[in-house]
Design a protein around this ligand. Sequence first.
Ligand SMILES: Cc1cc2nc3c(=O)[nH]c(=O)nc-3n(C[C@H](O)[C@H](O)[C@H](O)COP(=O)(O)OP(=O)(O)OC[C@H]3O[C@@H](n4cnc5c(N)ncnc54)[C@H](O)[C@@H]3O)c2cc1C
Length: 453
Amino acid sequence: MKTVKEPAREIAVRNEVDILVVGGGPAGIMAALAAAEDGLKVMLVESRGFVGGNLAIGLPILGFLGRKGNQIIKGLPQKFIDRLRAKGAASEHRPCALHVSLTIIDPEQAKSTALEMLEEAGVEILMYAFCADVVKEGDAVRGVIIESKAGREAILAKTVIDCTGDGDIAFRAGVECRKGDADGGMQPPTLMFSMKGVDVQALRDAIVEHPDIYDMDTMPAEQFRTGKFITVGLRRKIEEARKEGIDIPVARTILITGMADDEIWVNMSRVNGVDSTRPESYTRGELTARKQIYDIERYLRRFVPGFADAHMDKVAPFTGIRESRVTVGKYVLTAEDILSCRRFDDAVAVASYPVDIHHAVGGDCTLYWCEDCYDIPFRSLVPANVENLLVAGRCASATHEAMASTRVMSTCMAMGEAAGRAAKLAVRDNVAVSQTDTDKLRRELKETGAYLR
Ligand SMILES: Cc1cc2nc3c(=O)[nH]c(=O)nc-3n(C[C@H](O)[C@H](O)[C@H](O)COP(=O)(O)OP(=O)(O)OC[C@H]3O[C@@H](n4cnc5c(N)ncnc54)[C@H](O)[C@@H]3O)c2cc1C
């Protein structure tokens, strides 16, 4: 490969903080809020011009409830939902036979409300800045290097929390990362879009009255009679559309009710083989997904009840990434842990969502559920070989199968909250964050409203 030599240079230190959170998605928002709760200097760096990450692409939040119907994600994530609900921008947590539970949110309000809460908490927010590297001393992270229109600058911190989804900071710091299944196959990305002017009642009626025609995976047709819903099914309709030459990349029709009565979000594009850590690959994903959504719109209008007079309204600001780099931490959560509802002494979050793998090849999906719920240990947020760094969200330490469960947004939020509180305790106690007293952390989590068993 042809190379050029980049000269070494002195760069300005923009800021020195107690805790730096990189990435303002579900995990990062909660990490920053938790870290800032009692007055430490906390900064959040986000490469886009809004916070929210995948909260902003039109998805429901899955997994607030457990398989037995009890609420297992509480604390700051629930406070966020309460704030949205007060604005009419979130639904109740609704049990679902396939997704365990779903909570519909308004993506624009999610962005604004997250910013509102971060500002109130005194978090210093820096957007339009991409974290490109780390500052390291020995095996300890001392800060990050950002790139922006202002050039290259450093931000120093006592503890850094990587909430980039892709594990960018951990990777740069030398943490071992892996991607995908045994063959490197990763879950494919999707460009979400919404349709307005949908006759949702007609869709409900079709599913409830003609389940033989409008088939649903796992979910009883009755689930669609009232309330917010996600369809996963209509496999036969997709086959019919394909026979008529409409190119649909998935086997199932995934439609999500929005906050407005005539609004449906569509989760049906997919581009196999995309690696979001390689820009040329992610670009191919964007180009392909953008073409797919018009075929999908055509399919919906022609084959799915309620869509004949609907129109495409919003397209998500980016193609959403289900899976990319996942870090190797002091503990790697496994599918066996999930399916056996395993408990850990250092549990910092509880989850229940199924292992939900959108196949890397083809257009289908496999799900398997645990009977109740499982713990996420603190050690899966702690990189195996690097100090002063925590990782929360979809890049926290888990196998390909286990991250197919932990990746949902409620769980990412709970991990973020735990990481933020751990970082705060470490700064207060003046210890390396990897040495956090997990009994104390668990006490603090419980006292501040998080759910632990
Ligand atoms: C198509 C799709 C459908 C899904 N369906 C659901 C669903 O229905 N319900 C559900 O609960 N979950 C769903 N998920 C999973 C869930 O959305 C994600 O796993 C979750 O959002 C991950 O949260 P996170 O905070 O770890 O990362 P992200 O949401 O990816 O947020 C990461 C943030 O970090 C920022 N960032 C990244 N790199 C850098 C950098 N180097 N410097 C600065 N900032 C950076 C990004 O801009 C982003 O804001 C879905 C995911 C996809 C893609």
